[in-house]
Design a binder for this molecule. Structure first.
Ligand code: NOJ
Ligand code: CA
Length: 718
């Protein structure tokens, strides 16, 4: 008996652990501003503390211990993820009349803010939340540290050791000849004035000291800081201000985190833009950036406008359909109604019937819903509307109609795959009424709503004959011969659903859908059975765990020049649908790609011979006569690119110019190197030139070219 037990123990140790991870699409996020939630430890409230909660710009006492105390409450809403406002150690001074109670003014990315707790408490929170089936997502701020000209003047610490501040850094900063950016640890290019191009990414956002992420120290510091949260058990990140960083650096940041984590992380970015205009660079970002999901800021405005004020449901349906069509994975986008940056719905219009409709809609659209703390308890401030009045102290009440809607729909997401992974199709829309259907395999969802007078709605619906009961209120819908009839009272929203049996394998999502070889990816869906095989880019992937609704795999090395590669599952019931994985080479590092712009004009793009370059990337024009961008590339690889001209929302015109380069931290592309073969040389060794005599003339040519350019630049000829 004893020997058998020992054997079982040894087997447990050596067998791969079969862990079921939570699939983001099957969950709901609860967003908390830590300082405004619950005070669990009064000894950490000072300084800059207002016990009366009247000055919205001071600390009000909320902390990690408070959150731990309130986990049962959060669990009672049925949510599966908590997104916490930034936890890193913030400045210890006021700036612009405000304390950093919000957490967005970091000065140490290796420590936790003392008003909120410490690493030990964070780990306790993670563990206690996991026990309730909830995981923790952390807001992380890699674009900037803290105000450059106020407070602590951009001071930066590395686990307690002072590294620099904005003024000290400026003294040693130099101008990068290619980008024209004055920089060291920080960028020193003033505040953002033009909200596009160079300034958008290389200048200070509202006076916040802007990081130079391409500085190797900054690159590792920001990646190490985020990894600390992964090591402490976080299951994902909300990344602040992605609009203001080079996409190429972000890609390498995400890949670094994904690869360093055993569990598949869920990372989403904040790209602040209120209107879904196709004529700004947001359109490019949404269309080609499918690197991480984004917060649905543009559509939140459409929803609030339609339900809090007025407007046509038909227009809303079209706006939402346009928006979702921009994404490869619409179901991974993050939907919300209220947030810490926008006016709460009930501060726009206090009508609860309309609020409940908007809330239920937000939770049934494609994408993962966010419930902002207090949405369930109708929390609003009487003192004002936007920031900081959208951050009042939490009022706990989970017995409201809103809480019931949240709980009901959070539960439905766990069992109805159409809600988690389904497509999105309008069946009927007029000024007041909208009906859309979502389908995934044998699961279906029908959402019908009416904000006008009572309406008897009849629809074509491909569901079996029968009576269906709405999940929210128990209203009934009859389907007969492909026609559905339902009576919709004024200001109602009904949700009908079907959960059929799925036998054939069907993939709903990949988490993450961006990966490099060796990285773990969670394939979620239905009908996977007990075993089978997963193919990624034509290669058989190593399977780490297999369940009927999720498979954990390791991404194999794939020989490709495409940015998206195919993924499918095979079981004894057959082959699944094919979905796309955004593929990157192993060992990518952020690389500054430069094009000499002396004979070039207009908005330029490159597209090239590596997976990372397979989709068009826009170049930024520098003040020094070059065009540039940042791309994560495998070091030491020869590649070619084609130049294009055009605006993001138009067709790109090929310029029939081919340029060549060999990846490094900075690569000046050249037209002269036509003898370079276009096939990809795979190496990760930066010493490659020395090892391969064939390339010595080429490397020498690039170096001499770069030196001549630099000399010419210094003498002011360029
Ligand atoms: C966006 C955040 O949501 C906002 O609250 C913050 O102040 C800015 N980014 C700057 O970090
Ligand atoms: Ca920036």
């Amino acid at each position: 008996m004893k020997r058998a037990l020992v054997l079982v123990f040894i087997l447990l140790l050596i067998l791969p652990s079969v862990e079921a991870y939570s699939v983001p699409e099957r969950g709901v996020i609860y967003q908390v501003m830590v300082d405004r939630f619950y005070d669990g430890n009064q000894s950490n409230n000072e300084p800059f503390y207002d016990p009366m909660h009247t000055n919205y710009r001071l600390y009000w006492g909320g902390d990690l211990e408070g959150l731990i105390e309130k986990l049962d409450y959060i669990q009672s809403l049925g949510v599966s993820m908590i997104w916490l406002s930034p936890l890193n150690d913030n400045i210890n001074r006021m700036a612009g009349g405000s304390a950093p109670y919000h957490g967005y003014w970091t000065h140490d990315y290796k420590r936790i803010e003392e008003h909120f707790g410490d690493w030990k408490t964070f780990k306790r929170l993670v563990e206690d939340a996991e026990k309730r089936g909830i995981c923790i997502i952390v807001d992380y701020v890699p674009n900037h540290s803290n105000p450059a000209t106020d407070g602590e003047l951009g001071s930066l610490y590395d686990n307690g050791t002072l590294v620099t501040n904005y003024y000290y850094d400026a003294k040693n900063a130099t101008v990068n000849p290619y980008t024209g950016s004055k920089e060291l640890i920080y960028h020193h290019n003033g505040d953002i004035g033009d909200w596009f191009g160079f300034q958008l990414k290389y200048a200070n956002l509202f006076g916040l000291a802007d990081f130079n992420q391409l500085n190797p120290w900054v690159d590792s510091y920001l990646k190490d800081g985020a990894r600390l949260f992964v090591e402490a058990g976080a299951c994902g990140f909300r990344i602040d201000a992605v609009k203001h960083m080079d996409l190429g650096w972000l890609e390498s940041f995400y890949l670094d985190l994904y690869s360093s984590s055993e569990r598949p992380l869920f990372i989403y970015g904040e790209y602040y833009s209120l209107s879904p205009q196709k004529t700004d660079d947001m359109y490019y970002f949404y269309l080609y950036s499918n690197v991480s999901p984004l917060l649905g800021i543009p559509i939140r405005n459409d929803i609030v406008r339609t339900f809090a004020y007025g407007g046509s449901m038909k227009d809303l349906a079209r706006e939402l359909e346009d928006y979702y069509s921009l994404f490869v994975y619409p179901n991974k986008q993050v939907n919300f109604l209220d947030s810490h940056d926008l006016v709460r719905f009930l501060n726009e219009n206090h009508r609860l019937d309309r609020y409940h409709m908007a809330l239920a809609l937000t939770m049934t659209l494609p994408g993962i819903p966010v419930i902002y703390y207090g949405d369930e308890s109708y929390l609003v401030s009487k003192d004002g509307k936007g920031d900081p009045y959208n951050r009042p102290m939490m009022v706990f009440n989970n017995t409201t109609e809103a809480a019931r809607i949240i709980r009901t729909l959070a539960e439905l997401r766990k069992t109805n795959d159409a809600l988690a992974f389904g497509d999105f199709r309008t069946l009927y829309a007029d000024y007041n009424v909208w009906a859309f259907e979502r389908a995934f395999g044998a699961h279906r969802l029908l959402v019908v709503m009416n904000k006008g007078p009572d309406k008897n709605l009849t629809l074509s619906l491909d569901w079996s004959d029968g009576r269906y009961v709405d999940a929210l209120h128990g209203a009934e819908m009859v389907v007969e011969n492909g026609r559905a009839s339902v009576t919709l009272p004024r200001n109602s929203i009904y949700i009908f659903h079907v959960e059929g049996e799925q036998k054939e394998p069907l993939i709903g999502s990949l988490t993450p859908y961006t990966a490099q070889p060796g990285q773990r990816v969670l394939v979620a869906g239905a009908g996977f059975g007990n075993d089978g095989e997963v193919f990624i880019g034509g290669e058989k992937a190593k399977v780490l765990s297999w369940e009927d609704d999720q498979i954990l795999v390791e991404v194999p090395e794939v020989e490709t020049e495409d940015s998206w590669i195919s993924v499918y599952v095979e079981t004894s019931y057959g082959k699944s649908n094919t979905v796309k994985l955004h593929y990157y080479s192993s060992g990518d590092v952020p690389s500054l790609i430069v094009v000499n712009g002396s004979n070039l004009t207009g908005s330029l793009w490159i597209k090239g011979s590596l997976p990372e370059l397979a989709e068009p990337r826009p170049l930024i024009k520098s003040s020094t006569g070059y065009y540039f961008t940042v791309v994560p590339l495998p070091n030491g690889t020869i590649f070619s690119v084609e130049l294009y001209r055009g605006l993001p929302w138009d067709e790109l015109e090929p310029l029939n110019i081919t340029l060549y380069g060999r990846t490094n931290s900075t690569v000046l592309l050249s037209t002269e190197l036509t003898e370079i073969p276009t096939e990809r040389l795979t190496t990760t060794s930066p010493e490659m030139p020395g090892k391969s005599p064939d390339w010595i003339p080429y490397v020498a040519l690039v170096t001499i070219g770069a030196l001549l350019l630099l000399l010419a630049f210094r003498k002011g000829r360029l």
